[in-house]
Design a protein around this ligand. Structure first.
Ligand SMILES: Nc1nc2c(ncn2[C@@H]2O[C@H](COP(=O)(O)OP(=O)(O)O)[C@@H](O)[C@H]2O)c(=O)[nH]1
Ligand SMILES: [Mg+2]
Ligand SMILES: [Zn+2]
Length: 308
């Protein structure tokens, strides 16, 4: 039989079969893997083939992973060159951000968007805690909404606490498998609880346990939404890492740069200070937002190239 992984806690997986029954499953023996550098062989969202081990105790053995149509990686906190698969087979990703308590930076949002582009996962940005926003934050929101919508990302404003704007979130989540991301404390769990009261996600959770400054794995978990669709909550995940990105390909993940790249004088242009750069020209002409270009340069600088 086949099923979908809803939760993974290291060696055990919670799997829902086609009939809606949940199983505790594990891998026995050798499983053929397509990504041997990852630290976890199976992730939430994976479709697996399994055999019943014990019908009464709901245990099963995973035989095979059905090939993924996508997956999201992050860098292992301990081993820089190892990946951790956060989730597989997702339709979209929703970034929960805030302009106050805490403030999400543009750099963080842009890194998230680059990763979403890399994985071909549509991204939506939701600003939560609107009830706390004064004119200063509302002006910032308007600027960012304009900037991001101009390049194709949907931007929403909500308050989980005051239940404002929640119908819009319900609309974007319906019938899709959505990965929820964002800093700890932005209100991811509160938002899910406000929309789907049955979910009962623990709020105010502290990212990564408080075990002596150690990065502990906190596990992703998938939930069924009452009106159809699933959300994947990833406690403790700050962002999905830009694993294996090269300087050369970065601009391809900025949608507003993509169609201009061929106009640069040099085909290996990094749009830094090369002559005849179409991207710098577009920034000067106001066709590309200067703040997005600044983010681009920041990410470019942070990419370590192998073999240099
Ligand atoms: N003022 C205000 N506080 C909120 C809102 N949403 C969440 N919070 C608070 O922010 C804190 C963190 O929320 P939580 O849902 O645990 O964030 P998570 O870490 O992203 O899951 C809690 O104290 C919530 O009560 C909101 O819309 N407005
Ligand atoms: Mg939470
Ligand atoms: Zn250029």
């Amino acid at each position: 039989m086949t099923g979908i992984v809803y939760k993974s806690t290291g060696s055990w997986y919670t799997i829902k079969d086609e009939n809606g029954r949940f199983w505790n499953a594990r891998i026995k023996g050798v499983l053929k893997l397509d990504d041997i550098t990852s630290t976890n062989p199976i992730a939430v969202g994976d479709k697996v083939v399994m055999d019943i081990e014990n019908d009464e105790s709901n245990t099963a053995i995973i035989k095979e992973i059905v090939s993924r149509h996508n997956y999201i990686n992050r860098q292992s906190p301990r081993h820089k060159h190892q990946h951790h698969i956060v989730a597989a087979n997702i339709d979209q990703s929703l970034l929960v951000a805030t302009l106050k308590e805490p403030r999400t930076s543009q750099g963080f949002i842009d890194r998230f968007l680059v990763a979403a582009e890399m994985y071909h996962v549509p991204a939506i940005i939701v600003f939560n805690k609107s009830d706390l926003y004064k004119n200063k934050e509302l002006d910032k929101y308007d600027l960012w909404k304009q900037m991001y919508e101009a390049i194709g990302y949907e931007v929403l404003l909500v308050s989980a606490e005051k239940k404002v704007g929640l119908e819009e979130i319900e609309r974007v989540l319906k019938d899709k498998t959505t990965l929820i991301s964002g800093h700890s404390g932005v209100g991811k769990s509160s938002l899910m609880n406000a929309i789907f009261p049955g979910m009962n996600r623990k709020t105010k959770d502290i990212s990564g346990w408080s075990g002596k400054g150690q990065h502990t794995t906190t596990f992703a978990e998938m939930f069924d939404l009452s009106n159809g669709g699933q959300v994947i909550d990833t406690p403790g995940m700050r962002e999905f890492g830009l694993v294996d990105i090269t300087k050369q390909e970065l601009s391809h993940y900025f949608p507003e740069m993509r169609d201009k790249l061929t106009n640069c004088q040099f085909n290996n242009c990094l749009h830094y200070n090369e002559p005849g750069c179409a991207i710098k020209q577009a920034v000067a002409d106001g066709e590309i937002h200067e703040d997005r270009y600044i983010s681009y340069l920041g990410i470019l600088d942070s990419i370590e190239e192998k073999g240099y």
